[in-house]
Write a protein that binds this ligand. Structure first.
Ligand code: BGC
Length: 414
């Protein structure tokens, strides 16, 4: 009897101790599941564990994060929000307005985020003046990636205009090479579309169309020209493109099956994870046109009960904006740090080009938010635009009809 009471008491003591030692907890919802992405998020997981945290991983596969956002909505509606969520752009403010985000201002103020983050990035992380998200990086979207050997073998330089791109693509096609690696998923169509739009509309035109949603620019002849170029792009992809994941398209460029890919610099994370060297195995250049389309990944903390979870949120937020994490994570991810004071010596030539172009675009007013990656407008509007882009890409719709549909879709979404 006595022995069993003692045993029960010591079992309780052990349970109590392990509860007391539970420490910071975080269930983290993200969509970083490709080779380069998984390597990058592992950096955060390791830092979190090294600082006493327990990480529960909730990866939701699907480039661009559409599936992850559907999973998030289901969790929040069932009253069981994850503690930390990969979330970005105006979606952060949309969730804040639903009253479900935690305030992380205490961490941000203690760590002096306002001093180390550019004002344009900090603005995306604030909700009515309080900090509601922590930025991880700056991805650039308007990149052209190429297989170096294929270009050399075909006597092709990196194109600097869409006419040059079309000439290169025609030449490659005649030589039996797939000019453009692409995956037929709505967000990838939107990615190519916005890069083409920046090149053809120019930075001012892009701002008017996709930030101001100005009906005159949406209905313009220049927008017709954007859809004309999209029709050409459709002719440069192989017949197996529907449904293909973006990282498989990147592999096609790596393996020499295709020459180019238009994709944000998470594609560089894939090249690097496969041991490929920029300037040698693959080439990076800003896509034709002037400007810089930015896409800042960030994490928002959801309002959850329990000291262990709230401690986990504070620890995670602190680590995310920490100098070391911003360096190591971004070396793997293909992006550049959001913090301005991270040493860049270990970064490659593509990252240096990105950093230099971001600085100059910021000075000359051509630094623009990516619409395709949820930085420029609310979900209802970007969804309406992407539906038109995809409908046009996957049919023989004329450019004029696409423009008329675009104008209506945006008007109806407001
Ligand atoms: C995210 C990247 C991610 C990419 C592909 C983008 O929207 O910002 O971090 O690697 O989607 O999934």
């Amino acid at each position: 009897m006595r022995r069993s009471v003692l045993a029960a008491a010591s079992a309780l003591a052990i349970a109590g101790a392990s509860l007391a030692q539970a420490g910071p907890q975080a269930e983290v919802l993200h969509w970083w599941t490709s080779g380069g992405e998984a390597k990058s998020v592992a950096v955060l997981q390791q830092e979190f564990s090294a600082n006493g945290g327990t990480w529960t991983d909730m990866p939701v596969a699907g480039g661009g994060g559409d599936a992850a956002m559907t999973a998030l909505r289901a969790r929040v509606l069932s009253g069981n929000a994850p503690t930390a969520v990969q979330l970005k752009g105006p979606a952060i403010q949309e969730w804040y307005e639903e009253g479900v985000l935690a305030n992380i201002s205490a961490v941000a103020e203690a760590e002096g985020w306002d001093k180390v983050l550019p004002a344009s990035i900090a603005a995306h992380m604030k909700c009515e003046g309080q900090w509601c998200a922590a930025p991880v990086n700056v991805h650039r979207v308007d990149w052209l990636w190429a297989n170096a050997e294929i270009l050399k073998a075909n006597g092709i330089e990196m194109p600097t205009s869409w006419d040059e791109f079309n000439a290169a693509a025609d030449k490659l096609q005649a030589a039996g090479v797939i000019p453009l690696a692409h995956g037929g998923q709505a967000w990838q169509d939107a990615t190519v579309f916005e890069v083409v739009a920046l090149g053809i509309l120019g930075a001012d035109g892009f701002q008017q169309a996709f930030v101001d949603l100005d009906p005159a620019m949406l209905a313009s002849d220049k927008m017709v020209a954007v859809f004309d170029q999209m029709r050409k792009m459709r002719g440069y992809v192989d017949s197996n493109f529907p449904g293909r994941d973006w990282n498989l398209a990147t592999s096609m460029v790596m393996n020499g099956e295709a020459a180019f890919q238009i994709m944000g610099d998470w594609a560089k994370g894939e090249f690097l994870a496969a041991g490929k060297v920029p300037g040698q195995d693959f080439l990076c250049a800003s896509a034709p046109g002037a400007g810089f389309l930015y896409n800042v990944d960030s994490f928002a903390m959801f309002d959850v009960a329990g000291d262990d979870k709230q401690d986990g949120q504070a620890l995670l937020a602190k680590l995310i904006v920490g100098q070391n994490f911003q360096k190591v994570f971004n070396l793997n991810k293909g992006s550049i740090p959001a913090r301005v004071d991270v040493p860049m010596e270990e970064f490659d030539s593509c990252a240096h080009l990105s950093a230099a172009d971001m600085t100059s675009s910021s000075k000359d007013g051509t630094l623009l938010p990516s619409y395709a990656h949820g930085m420029a407008m609310r979900g209802a509007q970007s969804g309406a635009i992407t539906d038109v882009v995809t409908a046009h890409f996957n049919s023989d719709m004329s450019s004029k009809d696409a423009v008329a549909m675009l104008v209506d879709a945006v008007a109806n979404s407001l």
